[in-house]
Design a protein around this ligand. Structure first.
Ligand SMILES: NC(=O)c1ccc[n+]([C@@H]2O[C@H](COP(=O)([O-])OP(=O)(O)OC[C@H]3O[C@@H](n4cnc5c(N)ncnc54)[C@H](OP(=O)(O)O)[C@@H]3O)[C@@H](O)[C@H]2O)c1
Length: 353
């Protein structure tokens, strides 16, 4: 095996303004060689990255921190620090330990956690989870269902929404990574579940593969309020919010008394200069709606409980998990931007080794 490499990386060229584009990133091979050994006494872990997760927040982190990323929570700032012009961007990745000066990790371990978008990363143990290879799933699942994506769906649905059997649930961006899991968790709970997505292919998947009770293509509905009334004539008890904007406004009009809204994401608003106003907020009062934003990070302590919940369903094939895998680090920028164009189905992943 080689002892030095020239590391290939995905570099942020400059801070972005407005809608991020693939050309805001570039592939570069480091001029200096990197030794595939950690320094004794450094507590460092050297990993070879195998899979990278593409996440919508990465687009917002590409903007200059004090110029419009006010939605970025303080806790995420250490990650935000990674998004500097001239440096590799970073996100959740699955890696193999090549060398370690940390007693908790050994050569040959598989781990997941934040890494640079690069072939090799020098990391530490903070937020680094060792993968239990006895769980019989592909390693790539630790970019998604068995890491942040899965925890987001689980915590947002169960902890924020307190679902009850028989309740009605509406999920936006329902064919995406988080959405297709929330919908299935809700079905497993015995809820009536409706999803929205941006193409006929996605709507068909929601109905035929993920077991949603009903679904619609929001791009083909001139009146979202009417679409929601058609699919959920009994009203919405739980809304799992992934998109924001006009969808949220229409959902508010269809919420039932004492409904719950988990505000997970608002992808339709991340890159527009002037955010859309919400007209129907007063119904939150009249209908005594609980609406709560959350970050998966808030629920890291629930991670073992989450695994106990989700792994048996995966083993018993009661949960369908879809990955959209793009091969090659050089295709990373294109893979990330698939999210903003709605091209991904399920979890967008990059396989780099
Ligand atoms: N709170 C947290 O801790 C947390 C953690 C992870 C993710 N999130 C949020 O959860 C949401 C889903 O994330 P994900 O990772 O599962 O991504 P995803 O749903 O797999 O991918 C994004 C999807 O959003 C839809 N979309 C893109 N632009 C849109 C627009 N302008 N209007 C409406 N829909 C649009 C597209 O689907 P269509 O084809 O259906 O339009 C696209 O496929 C995002 O808002 C993300 O920021 C939050």
């Amino acid at each position: 095996m080689e002892t030095t490499v020239r590391n290939k990386q995905v570099i942020l060229k400059h801070y972005t303004k407005g809608f991020p584009e693939e050309s805001d990133l570039m592939i570069a091979t480091a001029l200096d060689t990197m030794e595939l050994k950690v320094k004794p006494g450094s507590s460092a872990i050297l990993v070879k990255n195998l899979f990278l997760s593409c996440d919508p927040y990465m687009g917002t982190f590409m903007r200059e921190p004090d110029s419009g990323s006010s939605e970025v929570a303080v806790e995420t700032l250490p990650l935000l620090d990674a998004f500097l012009p001239g440096k590799p961007i970073a996100g959740v990745g699955v890696s193999e330990v090549i060398d370690s000066d940390d007693p908790g990790f050994a050569k040959g371990d598989f781990v997941w956690g934040i890494v640079g978008w690069e072939e090799y990363s020098t990391v530490n143990s903070f937020g680094r989870f060792r993968i239990d290879v006895n769980i019989d799933v592909p390693l790539s699942y630790y970019t998604g269902i068995l890491s942040v994506t899965g925890l987001t769906a689980y915590a947002g649905f169960f902890e924020i929404c307190s679902p009850k059997k028989g309740e009605t649930v509406f999920v936006s961006a329902a064919a995406g990574a988080v959405g297709h899991l929330v919908g299935q968790f809700a079905k497993l709970m015995g809820c009536y579940v409706v999803g929205s997505a941006g193409s006929k292919q996605k709507v068909d998947l929601l109905l035929d593969k993920f077991g949603f009770d009903d679904a619609f293509n929001y791009k083909e509905e001139p009146d979202l309020n009417a679409a929601l009334k058609r699919c959920l004539p009994q009203g919405i008890d739980i809304y799992f919010e992934n998109v924001g904007g006009k969808m949220l406004d229409s959902v508010l009009m269809n919420m039932n008394v004492h409904g719950r809204i988990a505000v997970c994401g608002m992808i339709s608003q991340y890159h527009i200069e002037s955010k859309e106003g919400i007209q129907n907020l007063p119904v939150v009062i009249y209908k005594r709606i609980k609406m709560q934003g959350f970050l998966a990070l808030d629920f890291v302590d629930r991670f073992p409980k989450f695994l106990d919940y989700v792994v048996p369903y995966l083993n018993e094939r009661k949960l369908v998990y879809i990955e959209d895998i793009v091969e090659g680090l050089e295709n990373g920028p294109a893979a990330l931007f698939r999210l903003f164009q709605g091209q991904n189905i399920g979890k967008q992943v990059i396989k780099i080794a």
